[in-house]
Design a protein around this ligand. Sequence first.
Ligand code: ARG
Length: 458
Amino acid sequence: MSKDKLWGGRFTQPTDKFVEEFTASIQFDKRLYHQDIRGSVAHARMLGKQGIIPLEDVEKIVHGLQQILKQIEEGDFDFSISLEDIHMNIEARLSTAIGEAGKRLHTGRSRNDQVALDIRLYLRDEIVEITTYLDLLIDALLIQAEANIDTCMPGFTHLQSAQPILFAHHLMAYVEMFKRDRARLEDCSKRVNVLPLGAGALAGTTFPIDREYVAEQLGFASITRNSLDSVSDRDFALEFLSDASILMMHLSRFSEELILWSTSAFQFIELSDGFCTGSSIMPQKKNPDVPELVRGKTGRVYGNLIAMLTVMKSLPLAYNKDMQEDKEPLFDTIDTVKGSLKIFADMIREMRVNVERMGKAAGQGFSTATDVADYLVRKGLPFRDAHEVVGKSVAYCVENEMDITELSLAEWQLFSAKIDTDIFECITVEASVNARNVPGGTARECVWNEIQSVRAGN
Ligand code: ARG
């Protein structure tokens, strides 16, 4: 007999113990308790307002649910595997506590639309939290960018020294990425913030429900338009997992750079001790564990996206039990992204920058060669010819083991008669950086204005 089951009516045999465990989701969906209760309170009030259940019952239900909320929060609630999921755990407890009235709560509703509601409510709140963490990280980057507005570093392409840039400019590139991540999440939130309740199991309900009223109570911007889609849609979760994957890709690229910059070969930055660990055998080691782990955790976030896409790819409409597999990847991604963002913001704020070392490296590797070419263009040479001239002077420097800043005027003039003494002031790192005074460029003025503009909320 399955008399302990809320759906036990048509069953004569008890569920196999292992099957019960295998099919249950309470182990992980209990974290939806708050949303489940909020949704049920709104649903019960609507049922009362529409005269579908007696108002006295609504009062009992609401009070009973508030008690359950308190019990769960105080750790005074035994979640039971045999009650399968959070929805039935709470409903069964409610009926035990208030009797008949509790058994009326599920009128005009199914767990299929109920679970869709709970996830949407949960994700909606989590997105707000994640964007708050993103703001903290952006803020930490702005502080470092401002403090390093005069710090030069080598800009790379192919990880080869390319042109000197400001360290602040490099940091502001990440600010751009994280701003896009925030915008993507805010956009995703629009699709999350739609009420699915009222779809019933799949086809709607025979009761005269008021979905708009429920939406209003729960702060949803609108209601779903098709009952089948309402219970079988997880696009909003997939969208979130995609946005989270892109966000982690950004954090992972940043991690990679922090790891590189803190090697003894680079020594551009030093992460504070709190974010590193030592080696049990090599006493000199200080390992950048935090960025390494964030880079590593990017893998599980991508994995969660692929897991969820794969769960959904062949499902016929409408609800299928497969969809219970949506929760763990979603929760894991939320936890991972929040943890990574939080720790990153602190790490960036405390990061020490080796201004001298970076500045010195900025001038190495013929990094101002393009400036010489641009100089020749200003003197009337076509760019391609200028490129050739500078290429030859670089080859000369390589052969004579010297830097282009060490060339004398006479040596410069071996390559072009157009070169004069003013060449020397245009091949310094500072001149090179500040010459790139175009919107989006690395000149001090551009970067400073950009920092202020982001600070002002743009
Ligand atoms: N625990 C289920 C889930 O997470 C809730 C919905 C179950 N619906 C059903 N018809 N079995 O998806």
